[in-house]
Unconditional design. Structure first.
Length: 125
């Protein structure tokens, strides 16, 4: 499990074409990709399961907790992105509620576009 940031501070200012905005790039794929928006209400949960393909979870608002095969939960908040590899067991839950975009594809390499916040392996070392 890896953690990335896609907040405003990790973005790049765009001024082409008289534009004035900041974009935080997330992912680029050439293979079939599924993108969805998940709405977890108070005490919501995405049950413990194995990722069928690599999966990227982008927390848009709210906060919650994620874990992989270890029973240690990591807090996630708005602007956090969590990446699970194919076959990695994982779970997402929230006390107060959260909204997230989930991206699933055989070809996900978030490290090419987003700065790494930390990975669960480095925290457990």
């Amino acid at each position: 499990m890896e953690f990335y940031k896609f907040n405003k501070e990790s973005g790049k200012k765009i001024s082409q074409f008289n534009s004035d905005f900041i974009i935080s790039r997330i992912i680029e794929t050439t293979k079939v990709t599924n993108i969805g928006c998940m709405h977890l209400d108070q005490n919501g949960i995405v049950g413990y399961h194995k990722a069928v393909v690599p999966q990227l979870l982008l927390i848009l608002n709210g906060e919650g907790y994620v874990r992989n095969e270890k029973e240690e939960y990591f807090k996630v908040t708005t602007g956090d992105a969590v990446f699970w590899e194919k076959d990695e067991w994982h779970e997402t839950k929230t006390d107060a509620g959260l909204t997230a975009i989930v991206i699933q594809s055989e070809e996900l390499t978030p490290g090419l576009f987003m700065p790494l916040k930390y990975d669960s392996k480095s925290l457990n070392s």
